[in-house]
Design a protein around this ligand. Structure first.
Ligand code: TYM
Length: 340
């Protein structure tokens, strides 16, 4: 079979389930911004259909979707360069998701660690949607024939599943239709950790607000949380090797590197030998300088919700020019009678 060439296209998504963290910004949004440009078509999505796999108050979901869109734009995603959508306005995501429910195997889904983490001990009471979530995620990506997906480290297993689903579909139907998407998990901050415990991921669902920096935190809150961040008593090392058994130190250095667009080695060349008492104010100053303008712009955009809604509507029209033909072709391959 001749190998199909796919247009270089980036897709990624974030759940509008309330509260963007520094982890979302450094692990995802900042890297979405970097991928805009001549090399790729870029599509970025507020995955509202994924959000309702756990209960969402409807009014909050609308607010959080707009706030996430404001966060994307305030961080530098330009609606003229990238397609910005909320998932539910592009029905082909859910339609292809159904086809993939019929491709993915129960055994594959049962191995997904994120389901186990989220459902916890109460798996019998979790929604069917939460269990099937990764098949819809595969559809989000493959309904654009996306070739590259920038995400944080925690999404790696879902992207492997996406490749498994694409390969099984192609194999079962004897086609070379869906691409083998490349995960893009790069940079110093692919896994930003809790400020209270360097072995736990920074997350919006952590009960302690001190564990995370929220994109809406003001300068005082950012500085306070960094000042109180857990550390160890030693001075900072001059080489990355010296961070190996020091999760909290490594996390703060990774955050500094990602915020300042440097490598860890470059940062350590500058701050190696310093105590945390000297390093934390540097980090706080940098974080406030980078995040302050973003949260101010988010607040300004949130005053114009109609403008946000227009951007999402326009994005969905552009998106459907890509997704509708790919869904139709999928249906043709599967054997669904087409309208005449
Ligand atoms: P979500 O909403 O949990 O997170 C959105 C993005 O933020 C990254 N991220 C982090 N990166 C580094 N450190 C952290 N502490 C951190 N916390 C979150 C995540 O890795 C992710 O890139 N299933 C996805 C949403 C999704 C999706 C998609 C992503 C749905 N369909 C298709 C890519 C392609 C999720 O729940 O992300």
């Amino acid at each position: 079979m001749t190998q199909t060439t796919f247009t270089p296209r980036v897709f990624s998504g974030i759940q509008p389930s309330g509260g963007l963290t520094l982890g979302n910004y450094l692990g995802a949004i900042k890297r979405f911004v970097d991928m805009q440009g001549p090399d790729f078509e870029t599509v970025y999505c507020m995955v509202d259909l994924h959000a309702i796999t756990v209960w969402q108050n409807p009014a909050d979901l609308i607010h959080n979707t707009r706030e996430l869109c404001a966060g994307f734009i305030a961080s530098g995603i330009d609606p003229a360069k990238s397609i910005l959508i909320n998932q539910s306005q592009v029905p082909e995501h859910a339609q292809l998701g159904w086809v993939f429910n019929c491709v993915a195997r129960m055994g594959w889904m049962q191995r997904m660690t994120q389901f186990k983490d989220k459902a916890g001990k109460n798996a019998q009471n979790a929604s069917l949607g939460l269990f099937g979530y990764p098949a819809l995620m595969a559809a989000d990506i493959l309904v654009y024939h996306a070739t590259h997906v920038p995400v944080g480290e925690d999404q790696k297993q879902h992207l492997e599943l996406t490749r498994d689903i694409a390969a099984k579909f192609n194999h079962d139907y004897g086609v070379d239709f869906f691409p083998m998407t490349e995960p893009v998990i790069e940079g110093a901050a692919t896994r930003v950790m809790s400020l209270r415990d360097g072995t736990k991921k920074m997350s919006k669902s952590d009960p302690s607000d001190a564990s995370r920096i929220n994109m809406t935190d003001d300068a005082d809150a950012i500085a306070r949380k960094i000042r109180k961040a857990k550390t160890d008593p030693d001075a900072l090392p001059s080489e990355a090797k010296g961070l190996e058994d020091r999760p909290e130190a490594r996390n703060l250095i990774n955050i500094y590197a990602a915020l300042s667009d440097q490598t860890v080695d470059q940062v350590l060349a500058e701050v190696g030998g310093k105590q945390f008492g000297a390093f934390k104010p540097m980090l706080a100053e940098l974080a406030v300088a980078k995040l302050g303008p973003i949260s101010a712009e988010m607040a300004r955009l949130m005053d114009e919700p109609d403008e946000i809604d227009r951007i999402l509507t326009a994005g969905s029209l552009r998106a459907r020019e890509i997704t509708a033909p790919i869904l139709r072709k999928t249906y043709d391959i599967v054997g669904m009678v087409a309208p005449v």
